[in-house]
Design a binder for this molecule. Structure first.
Ligand SMILES: O=C(O)CCC(=O)C(=O)O
Ligand SMILES: [Fe+2]
Length: 262
C-alpha cells in the first residue's frame, strides 16, 4: 500500500528534500499557526461566499477544475494576511533549495497563488501533473521546475476532498496511469501543507460533506520560467506596491532601475 509521508514541523530541509526526491510529495505538519488560518479565512470567507460556483474563466478550465469548486487568483489583494503564507520564510527557504537557486536559477518567482475551494458534491478531479501547464519544457529527474504547497485552511479529511496524491509518480513515464491502490489522500490538519513537485500525479478529492474545503495553493518557479498568473493584472497594483522589494520580486515586479523607458 502506497503511503504519503507526513513530516513533523521541525523536519530539516534535507529530510523534506529526500522525501520529495523519493515520493514527489509529502505533508509538512503545522507550517502555519491555526490562528493565522482562521484570521485569513475570516477575511476571505465573505469573498468566497459572494462568488458563484464554477467561476473559472475558460471552458477548458471549468472542465478541469470541476463544477462545485471556486478558484480565486489575485489572492494577495484579497487579504493582506495572505503574505504570511506565500512569503512564509520556511516555504521560501525550501523553494530556493528545491529549485536550486544559485545553481539552476538566479532567483525564484510565484507562478500562481490560488485559493481552491471545494464544495459539497464536488467529485474527484482528473488526476494530473501540474507541470503539464508547461508542455513545451521537458524536465528530467531530479531537476524540479515547479515546487508547490497546498496549505490546508481547514482540516483536510477523507470525506471533504483531501488532495489525492500518487507517491513516486514523478518518476513514471508520462503515459502511465495510476491504479486506485497507488493513490493516497493528503489527510492533514488545518495549518499543515502538502508539499509537492510539478511532476507528481495528484488531483482534488471528492467532497461529500456540507462544508467547504479550502486549500491555499502556492506555486514557486525559477525566475527564468514564465508563471501561470500575471500577478500585476490579477492583483491591484496598490497592494503590490506596498510590499517590500524582495516580496515584489516574487511577483515578478522589476526594480525601477531595470525599466527601460522608450
Ligand atoms: O484541490 C486540490 O487539492 C488540488 C487541485 C489541483 O491539483 C489543481 O487544480 O491543479
Ligand atoms: Fe494540480
Amino acid at each position: 500500500m502506497t503511503e504519503l509521508t507526513t513530516l513533523a514541523k521541525d523536519a530539516t530541509n534535507d529530510e523534506i528534500k529526500a522525501v520529495l526526491d523519493r515520493d514527489g510529495g509529502c505533508i509538512l505538519e503545522g507550517l502555519v499557526p491555526v490562528e493565522t488560518c482562521d484570521a485569513l479565512m475570516a477575511e476571505l470567507r465573505p469573498q468566497i461566499d459572494a462568488a458563484p460556483w464554477n467561476n473559472a474563466s475558460g471552458k477548458e478550465d471549468k472542465a478541469f477544475f470541476g463544477v462545485k469548486t471556486k478558484r480565486f487568483h489575485g489572492v494577495a489583494s484579497m487579504s493582506p494576511l495572505a503574505q504570511a503564507l506565500y512569503a512564509h520564510p520556511r516555504l521560501l527557504e525550501l523553494a530556493n533549495d528545491v529549485l536550486r537557486r544559485g545553481e539552476q536559477c538566479r532567483d525564484i518567482r510565484l507562478s500562481t497563488i490560488e485559493l481552491m475551494v471545494l464544495g459539497d458534491g464536488q467529485g474527484n478531479q482528473m488526476l494530473h501533473r501540474d507541470f503539464d501547464s508547461w508542455p513545451y519544457i521537458e524536465v528530467a529527474h531530479p531537476d524540479v521546475r515547479l515546487f508547490s504547497a497546498n496549505i490546508a485552511l481547514c482540516d483536510f479529511t477523507a470525506d471533504n476532498g483531501a488532495t489525492v496524491v500518487v507517491p513516486g509518480s514523478h518518476l513514471w513515464p508520462p503515459d502511465r496511469q495510476a491504479k486506485p491502490e497507488e493513490t493516497c489522500l493528503a489527510v492533514m490538519k488545518k495549518g499543515s501543507a502538502l508539499l509537492y513537485t510539478g511532476h507528481v500525479i495528484h488531483g482534488g478529492g471528492e467532497n461529500r460533506t456540507p462544508d467547504i474545503r479550502t486549500g491555499f495553493y502556492i506555486g514557486y518557479i525559477p525566475s527564468w520560467l514564465r508563471g501561470l498568473e500575471n500577478h500585476q493584472v490579477t492583483n491591484d497594483m496598490a497592494t503590490l506596491r506596498k510590499l517590500d522589494a524582495r516580496t515584489q520580486r516574487l511577483f515578478d515586479m522589476q526594480d525601477e532601475g531595470f525599466v527601460l523607458i522608450v
